[in-house]
Design a protein around this ligand. Structure first.
Ligand code: PMP
Length: 345
């Protein structure tokens, strides 16, 4: 049986969190006099500290995603949320995490920053998790298993039955990084949070929602896990400008949906056109807003594209991605330029 008490670091369990001025008193009317936070009193739109619990942003997200606000924590990008998870559950120089390369590089970087060992179990030839091997490699210090689905840089989603088995049989926290879920036809695992006390789902406003610049990452989990992360997050981790922009964009959710539809149409069109580029030997199926393709010589093609002013990602050094390039889906014009250039080099 999963018991959160056994996973949380003792230091964090014993921690008395910082209580900020805005934690202690939230304004409930406009004519209150706030002399509690040593702010500059002259109004300029950002002279006050932001809401530490980002209630308006969360209420909009709660409506869009169908998850109660109590199950949501927001961070300065999902990278901050990932870091909070390390600091809450992984004891430096003692614990380990499991990651499945080729995948998003920050899980290992954060492990290294936090002095946490990394157990790597490479994805199989179809970029799916090797469930038996992962469970075999896990030990009593394996605190977090990171599943990135749809996976970056491969673009595919992991099979639901593999994910479910891992959530059920792995003894620690299972983080599903769904940064690209809004481009996928698969259902998000947030709909199953109530079933699994060890499940954490991470999403972001950086991809489908078009707000990479404001840095807003979303963590969905049980109330118990959310309250632990709340104890250690910096009090004002999501700034006022970010909250304001997120609110105005989330209020126009239809625009996001329309853009996602267009990006997916463009992705399908791009895949068709990539097939006619003679040095591309394989195009991997994608549930994301990018496509991974195998070419004859990735580094040569990457440099040729740079010379023509097009920047893509060379993933050739990633395990299982020899000679692979990753193309983000751009505007119709950008995609046209990409195809024309690929054909001309
Ligand atoms: N997870 C994955 C799989 C990503 O690809 C990225 C960004 N490249 C992130 C998380 C980070 O997202 P954010 O901008 O919210 O920090």
């Amino acid at each position: 049986m999963f018991n959160l008490e056994n996973i949380i670091r003792p230091t964090i369990k014993a921690l008395k969190p910082y209580s900020s001025a805005r934690d202690e008193f939230q304004g409930n009317s406009d004519d209150m006099v706030f002399l509690d936070a040593n702010e500059n009193p002259f109004e300029n739109g950002v002279n006050r500290y932001p809401d530490p619990q980002q209630r308006t942003v969360k209420s909009l997200l709660s409506k869009i995603k169908g998850i109660p606000q109590e199950n949501i924590l927001l961070g300065n990008g999902s990278d901050e949320v990932l870091d909070l998870i390390f600091r809450a559950f992984c004891e430096p120089n003692q614990d380990n995490i499991i990651t499945l390369p080729p995948t998003y590089g920050m899980y290992s970087v954060l492990a290294n920053i936090n002095a946490i060992d990394i157990i790597s179990v490479q994805l199989d030839g179809s970029f799916q998790p090797k469930v038996d091997e992962i469970l075999k490699e896990a030990n009593s210090n394996s605190k977090v298993l990171f599943l990135c689905s749809p996976n970056n840089p491969t673009g595919n989603s992991f099979e639901a039955k593999s994910i479910e088995r891992l959530i059920k049989e792995f003894k620690g926290i299972v983080v599903i990084d769904e940064a690209y879920i809004d481009f996928s036809n698969d259902e998000s695992w947030i709909s199953r949070l109530n079933e699994f006390p060890n499940l954490v789902v991470i999403q972001t406003l950086s991809k489908a929602f078009g707000m990479a610049g404001i840095r807003l990452g979303i963590c969905f989990a049980s109330q118990d896990i959310i309250s632990i992360l709340n104890r250690i997050k910096p009090p004002y981790n999501v700034n006022e400008l970010t909250q304001q922009k997120a609110i105005s964009q989330l209020e126009q959710f239809e625009q996001t949906q329309q853009q996602v539809k267009e990006i997916l149409e463009e992705r399908n069109a791009l895949v068709t056109k990539l097939k006619s580029v003679n040095y591309i030997s394989k195009i991997y199926p994608s549930d994301a807003n990018f496509v991974l393709a195998k070419v004859d010589d990735a580094t040569k093609r990457y440099n040729q594209l740079i010379e023509k002013g097009i920047v893509i990602r060379n993933r050739t050094t990633q395990p299982g991605c020899e000679n692979c390039l990753r193309f983000t889906i751009g505007t119709p014009r950008e995609n046209r330029i990409l195809i024309d250039t690929l054909k001309s080099i």
